[in-house]
Design a protein around this ligand. Structure first.
Ligand SMILES: Nc1ncnc2c1ncn2[C@@H]1O[C@H](COP(=O)(O)OP(=O)(O)O)[C@@H](O)[C@H]1O
Ligand SMILES: [Mg+2]
Length: 282
């Protein structure tokens, strides 16, 4: 059974000039142990589609889908309470801005222990022990001491490790990583990706890796969905996508990779966009 199965997901927001479709009929599925990458330029509806699945969009968003199943259970039919139980436990998400995603007012230890208390019902001693183990697992030095630190006392990379520890604290079956390395220094990006891939392999969780970077896709994905302006442009296993991309937008993203660069990234993708608005892309 698929971990997640979405058919024909549409998300609309009301704007001053009418309804705007941020996600337009996207279908996707993730199998257990699978890494699915969703790739596309900024604004293509990657975050919004996953926030819709997580139930984290504001009430102003109009969400429709023909199918939205998590392990065969209809998410759309769940009560708010059932959904809260699912989120953060079986289905967890980490975000692009690790520092902003943590609460500045509480120690990181308190924040991870709260998750362990609420979702796992652990007592004080067990939570602390488990928090230390998790910090160790994500490669934070001096994990016991680290529990007493506030987010501002840590680097972006360390905060992202804390976020990852919180996300995996309840052994999720599916982890959604939304541009988890975009806000980090280049040298740290690889470490965080490696950490995510190691954890994914060890735990066997499914992973949705959201990125704008084909380099990240190449390093992580089994299967890839290319999204543009809220629509799925192409879906393929990672080798087929890199060897024989079918869609013009996929080709534009690929030609922006350093090893394929003929111009710079922005020119190739904006060439595509100019061509598309002139009606030249099928
Ligand atoms: N709460 C919101 N209200 C109105 N429009 C939104 C909201 N959230 C996102 N959008 C719009 O939806 C589109 C897709 O956004 P997003 O999913 O964040 O893109 P991506 O993650 O691919 O960069 C963007 O045009 C964005 O401005
Ligand atoms: Mg985004």
């Amino acid at each position: 059974m698929a971990l997640l199965e979405i058919e024909n997901l549409t998300v609309e927001f009301e704007t001053a000039t009418g309804w705007f479709k941020a996600v337009d009929g996207v279908s996707l599925s993730v199998e257990p142990r699978e890494v699915l990458a969703i790739v596309g330029e900024s604004g293509s509806g990657k975050s919004v589609s996953m926030l819709a699945v997580m139930g984290l969009l504001p009430d102003t968003a109009k969400i429709t889908a023909d199918t939205m199943l998590f392990q065969g259970t209809d998410i759309q039919q769940m009560s708010a309470a059932e959904r809260r139980k699912l989120i953060g436990k079986d289905m967890a998400m980490i975000f692009q801005e690790p520092v902003a995603s943590l609460n500045p007012c509480f120690t990181v230890g308190f924040q991870i222990e709260e998750v362990l208390r609420i979702h796992m019902g652990l007592g004080r001693k067990e939570r602390r022990q488990r928090a230390i183990e998790l910090f160790e697992l994500v490669g934070l030095p001096d994990p016991a001491e680290r529990l007493g630190h506030f987010p501002h006392q840590m680097s972006g990379g360390q905060c992202q490790r804390v976020m990852i520890a919180i996300a995996i604290a309840c052994d999720p079956k599916l982890l959604i990583a939304d541009e988890p390395t975009t806000a980090l220094d280049v040298t740290i990006q690889k470490q965080i990706l490696d950490l995510l891939m190691t954890l994914q392999a060890e735990t066997g969780m499914g992973l949705i890796m959201i990125t704008h970077d084909m380099g990240v896709v190449a390093e992580t994905a089994d299967r890839v969905i290319v999204q543009y302006k809220g629509r799925k442009m192409e879906e393929a296993d990672v080798l087929s996508l890199f060897e024989a991309p079918k869609n013009a937008y996929t080709k534009a993203l690929l030609s922006a990779l350093p090893e394929n660069a003929t111009g710079n990234r922005l020119s190739t993708v904006s060439d595509f966009m100019a061509q598309e608005s002139a009606g030249g892309v099928q």
